[in-house]
Design a protein around this ligand. Structure first.
Ligand SMILES: CC(C)(COP(=O)(O)OP(=O)(O)OC[C@H]1O[C@@H](n2cnc3c(N)ncnc32)[C@H](O)[C@@H]1OP(=O)(O)O)[C@@H](O)C(=O)NCCC(=O)NCCS
Length: 303
């Protein structure tokens, strides 16, 4: 077997990588869209495995140091089909974990589809454990498609005055525990550390939406949203104790997406929601395509 060299990716590797990272999954792959950003991000480590004699690229991975620098996020592990089951994926995981350690991270984490048995087996063999289960859904809000606008009721954007009540709500929430205290930003899962400044930052960025009871004194549901200027609106966390609150919060985001649509042509509304049993009927009712479920894996470093 020809030996492999693991090295930092070069920009010139892109085309060779895309040769085997285009039809990875039934829906394709996203490596082409993220390559340039990953390549130039100083908070990341883009690695390839190259066959020494032929120069063929056998595999790829990207490790990203999360903003709090406590977590290294593992993503984009791709092994060329001709090179699988030779422990290359395992070697990439080890290298990313080591990189995180060197950068001072306390843990490594990654997301895997419930359908991806190979990846689950690989990551579990490398010491990772499942901490939470998430549902991913989306709506393509193209201008030609008309969704009935649901009522939005008493949901509103949280302000600094709501912070304490919000933290207390989350501290007592079963769902927040089931989410292993995580929220999502564009396919990366972050620890929502209630003792840190993250909640305040999210509030300042007007990304936290709450629903209140009729007296406006108790929080009944919480949602965190992400917006980009490139046609994307995401729900990165959603916490609701019952069907009607859940429907209410999702309806609000659909309306937000509608408003974006007229001016900015918001093309996609994506939702990452910790696994809730009553999610499915609400999604069906709102005409949202149920897409899939993902497992959040984590490994704490032992120093
Ligand atoms: C998942 C993937 C990265 C694994 O890469 P790999 O180099 O073949 O994995 P390894 O050789 O390190 O395998 C390690 C262990 O994982 C498990 N594993 C790997 N592939 C498997 C498969 N197809 N079915 C079942 N278990 C599998 C085995 O336990 C294996 O150990 P073993 O070979 O001693 O039995 C590769 O199949 C791939 O690129 N898939 C498409 C992209 C993808 O799914 N990426 C991950 C996204 S989260």
């Amino acid at each position: 077997m020809i030996p492999l060299k693991f090295r930092n990716a070069k920009q010139s590797d892109k085309n060779n990588v895309l040769r085997f990272c285009t039809n990875t999954f039934e829906w394709g792959d996203y490596i082409e869209e993220v390559w340039d950003e990953w390549y130039s991000d100083p908070n990341g480590y883009l690695t390839v495995a190259e066959e020494e004699d032929s120069g063929v690229i056998a595999a790829l991975s990207h490790a990203y140091i999360c903003p709090n620098r406590k977590r290294v996020w593992l993503e984009g592990v791709r092994v060329n089909p001709n090179f699988r089951r030779r422990s290359i994926g395992t070697e990439l995981i080890k290298k990313m974990v080591q990189y995180g350690k060197e950068q001072g991270a306390k843990e490594a984490a990654a997301i895997v589809s419930v359908k991806n048995i190979a990846s689950q087996a690989m990551i579990e063999k490398n010491g990772f454990v499942v901490t939470s289960r998430w549902t991913y859904c989306y709506i393509s809000t193209t201008p030609s498609k008309v969704y009935q606008k649901p009522e939005t009721g008493q949901a509103r954007i949280a302000t600094s005055k709501d912070k304490e009540m919000l933290c207390n709500y989350l501290k007592q929430s079963h769902l927040f525990r089931a989410a292993a205290e995580n929220y999502v930003e564009f396919w990366r899962w972050y620890h929502l550390d209630l003792g840190s400044g993250v909640v305040q930052t999210l509030i300042d960025e007007k990304r936290v939406i709450i629903t209140m009871d009729t007296n406006h004194s108790i929080i009944e549901g919480v949602m965190i949203i992400n917006k980009t200027n490139n046609n994307m609106l995401q729900i990165g966390y959603l916490d609701a104790p019952d069907i009607s609150t859940l429907r209410h919060l999702i309806a609000l985001v659909i309306n937000l997406a509608y408003n974006e649509l007229t001016e900015k042509r918001c093309e996609k509304l994506q939702m990452f929601i910790p696994h809730i049993q009553f999610l499915q009927p609400v999604m069906t009712d709102l005409g949202i395509n149920h897409y899939g479920q993902f497992l959040l894996y984590r490994m704490e470093y032992s120093f």
